[in-house]
Design a protein around this ligand. Structure first.
Ligand code: TPP
Ligand code: MG
Length: 327
């Protein structure tokens, strides 16, 4: 299977993108509202601000394409599955989740739906993604493998080794660098002895596409272009996409008083917030406020319902806790 073609109906696509953006944002708003109750024990690395990348890239993929990502993957997971029941069950650590509460926020995984895995070790999913792409090539199928990672992953040797191998072996990998300029609190200028990741990667045998837009449709179109290039040239593509992390590195709060970045910067990015931007676009395309509100109410209810089910669900028993884990 390849990727799904762009729906001819632009409005239909824009509604789909909005539905996923709103779901990702509201699911995290709901986490923020309930986290202090201390029933969700997993550490939270929130996606807020990044949703256009998650939704734009994932919406292009076909059912057999594979996604590997990081501990900051709520939006990617929800864009892929739209399964808030499973999402909240896992956040609450309950038996009803696919991973039975053993993964938590940082290790979400659903291979049957092409969400192959996420990891808390920076850059560690990238070589696994390259291996999966090698397997696809050996099997002779048309699958695309996507590796999402942050700009901090480019500080790891394994990123460069994986990129080198994928370029050398001409593997069908879409590298997606989600660049928020930070590794925890450290800016790129204090970590990287070069000015531009994209400029360095463009010296490899792969195409590099760059974008700063927070418009999910722009990311969607760029991803289609990337996948066409992978298929036409039989080479990986590296997408360098910028966004602003709204909340603290780990946790559900803002941190503009921590001294490493300013609220002013945040306010500037808020002007182009991916969810608001898409909502405005829909209104501009002739979608009524009532129609949009209907979509939002439906998702709000879905989230409320998932959250309640997760809270009410049991924990896995002791025998289950030791199954499928290394110790
Ligand atoms: C191999 C490794 N080194 C260090 C850490 C500690 N650590 C956790 S997140 C992080 C920053 C990663 O930044 P980036 O890849 O840009 O992702 P972001 O958090 O910005 O999404 C670091 C250094 C880790 N988890 N794994
Ligand atoms: Mg980063």
């Amino acid at each position: 299977m390849g990727f799904s073609p762009k729906p001819t109906d632009a409005l239909k696509l824009n509604l789909e993108l909005y539905r996923k953006l709103y779901l990702a944002r509201q699911a995290e708003e709901s986490i923020r509202a309930h986290y202090a109750e201390n029933e969700m024990k997993t550490p939270m690395h929130m996606s807020m601000g990044e949703e256009a990348i998650a939704v734009g890239v994932v919406s292009v993929l076909g059912p057999d394409d594979q996604i590997f990502a990081t501990y900051r993957s709520h939006a990617i997971y929800l864009a892929r599955t739209e399964d808030s029941d499973d999402f909240f069950a896992e956040m609450y650590g309950k038996e009803t989740a696919r991973l039975k509460g053993k993964g938590g926020s940082m290790h979400m995984c659903d291979p049957e739906r092409g969400f192959m895995g996420t990891s808390a070790i920076v850059a560690s999913a990238i070589p696994v993604a390259v291996g999966a792409a090698f397997a696809s090539r050996k099997q002779g199928n048309d699958t695309i493998t996507v590796a999402f990672f942050g700009d901090g992953a480019c500080d790891e040797g394994v990123f460069w080794e994986s990129l080198n191998l994928a370029c050398l072996m001409k593997l069908p990998v879409l590298f997606v660098c989600e660049d928020n300029g930070l590794a925890v609190h450290t800016p790129q200028s204090l970590r990287q002895g070069y000015r531009s990741i994209a400029a360095i990667v463009s010296k490899f045998n792969c195409q590099v596409l760059e974008e700063t837009s927070t418009d999910a449709e722009v990311i969607y179109d760029l991803t289609r272009k990337a996948i066409n290039l992978i298929k036409a040239n039989r080479q990986p593509v590296f997408m360098h996409l910028q966004y602003y992390r709204y909340l603290e590195h780990v946790g559900v709060n803002e941190d503009f008083d921590a001294g490493y970045r300013s609220r002013k910067e945040f306010e500037e990015w808020r002007q182009v917030d991916p969810v608001n931007l898409q909502r405005k676009k829909l209104l501009g395309n002739g979608t009524s406020e009532t129609e949009i509100a209907k979509i939002e109410t439906k998702i709000d209810r879905q989230i409320e319902n998932s959250l309640k089910k997760a809270k009410d669900a049991p924990f896995a028993n002791d025998a289950e806790l030791c199954r499928g884990v290394f110790s």
